[in-house]
Ligand binder design. Structure first.
Ligand code: NAI
Length: 353
């Protein structure tokens, strides 16, 4: 099949859009994260249309997924012939795992040069075709790519801070797993909830272990505590190293991305009280954002915290609550790096747009 050929048979065109429908779109859908994430989204009965876009192989991925007997109609498109526009039309949520992953020895910030341009171009497409869609950014470095999406939307006059999310769920998933391991109760992992705040790279990842649903042993040594924090902050490196040049976390990221997408879809459908951690603009909830900035003791445009979701996006940004002295130190270390990362994203758009 030529690259530009549509994956789906002629009958698999989109039904016209209505409020009972949910259209989910994955940009970078043929990649290591994109494929399993698209598979998981295909299993969600609330999704009626699934649009897949990548620069390679989406016809194949879409044809494959389209044989699964779930409600969504799947369409896969490539860049030629307005593929991006077609896929984005009518999107309710757009998940972006497009870009290059890390290799051993690389930090997430090392990816900036390549991924910034990819995210900028895709954000331009969304701002033009589906400006009201909820945008879920997975592409790294998330601390900078989320500001890029925001700046592009500002340029197009369609910025709504309530609708742009950095996906930090994997940090929370890892924290649950690693805490359960420390407790010697792996079976409890799904029930362990640890707020992870800040950003999504290295020291900007701040686990609030004192607020874990499952307390750490009271006699945990300082070394064991420090090792646990470090493992949550740098857990991605374990995967990068084990994959030995073949990429970074894909399957766990797809799981986490799906978990977050599901919460977004439930909120879109009107379910109340849904709370998820995410890296968002503090302007998404001015009151909650100011309270959080006061806790941080500084103004930051973006920060990851627990966020309450509603039909219009962010309803409330939760404050951090009581932090231990150790956690305050971690927050202090995260802030300058976050400031730099945010500035890098903002400057990129200012210079390249
Ligand atoms: P991958 O290389 O397997 O897949 C990326 C896909 O993006 C490829 O299929 C590629 O063709 C596609 N792509 C490249 N340019 C594109 C464009 N202009 N438009 C559409 N698609 C395009 O990489 P993988 O492992 O799936 O990782 C993707 C991104 O997710 C990386 O930036 C990685 O660092 C990030 N990531 C984020 C995590 C998080 O917690 N937020 C966790 C793990 C990875």
């Amino acid at each position: 099949m030529p690259d530009s050929a549509p994956a789906s048979p002629p009958s698999a065109t989109y039904p016209s859009h209505s409020s009972t429908m949910v259209k989910a779109v994955v940009l970078g859908a043929a990649g290591g994260i994109g494929q399993p994430l698209s598979l998981l989204l295909k299993t969600n009965p609330l999704i009626t249309q699934l649009g897949l876009f990548d620069i390679v192989n989406t016809p194949g991925v879409a044809a494959d997924l389209s044989h699964i007997a779930t409600p969504s109609v799947v369409v896969g498109r490539l860049p030629p012939n307005d593929g991006l526009k077609e896929v984005l039309t009518g999107a309710d949520l757009v998940v972006i795992p497009a870009g290059v992953p890390r290799k051993p020895g690389m930090t997430r910030d090392d990816l900036f040069k390549i991924n910034a341009g990819i995210v900028k171009d895709l954000a331009t497409g969304i701002a033009t075709v589906a400006p009201k869609a909820f945008v879920l950014v997975i592409s790294n470095p998330v601390n900078s790519t989320v500001p890029i999406v925001a700046e592009v939307f500002k340029k197009h006059g369609v910025y709504d801070p309530k609708r742009i999310f950095g996906v930090t769920t994997l940090d929370v998933v890892r924290a649950s797993t690693f805490v359960a391991e420390v407790l010697g109760k792996p079976a409890e992992a799904p029930n362990v909830v640890v707020p992870v705040i800040g950003g999504h790279s290295g020291v900007t990842i701040v686990p609030l272990l004192s607020q874990s649903t499952h307390a750490l042993p009271s006699d945990i040594s300082a070394d064991a505590y420090a090792a646990l924090v470090k493992r949550i902050q740098f857990g991605g490196d374990e995967v990068v190293k084990a994959k030995d040049g073949a990429g970074s976390a894909t399957l766990s990221m797809a799981y986490a991305g799906y978990e977050f997408s599901t919460k977004i879809i439930r909120a879109l459908k009107g379910e109340k009280g849904i709370i998820a951690p995410s890296y968002v603009s503090l302007k998404a909830d001015p009151a909650g954002g100011s309270a959080l900035a006061a806790e941080l003791g500084t103004e930051l445009e973006f920060f990851s915290s627990n966020v309450e979701l509603g039909t219009e996006g962010v309803v409330k940004i939760h404050s951090l609550g009581k932090l231990t002295a150790q956690e305050q130190e971690l927050v202090k270390a995260a802030i300058p790096e976050l400031q730099t990362n945010i500035k890098t994203g903002v400057t990129f758009v200012a210079e390249k747009y």
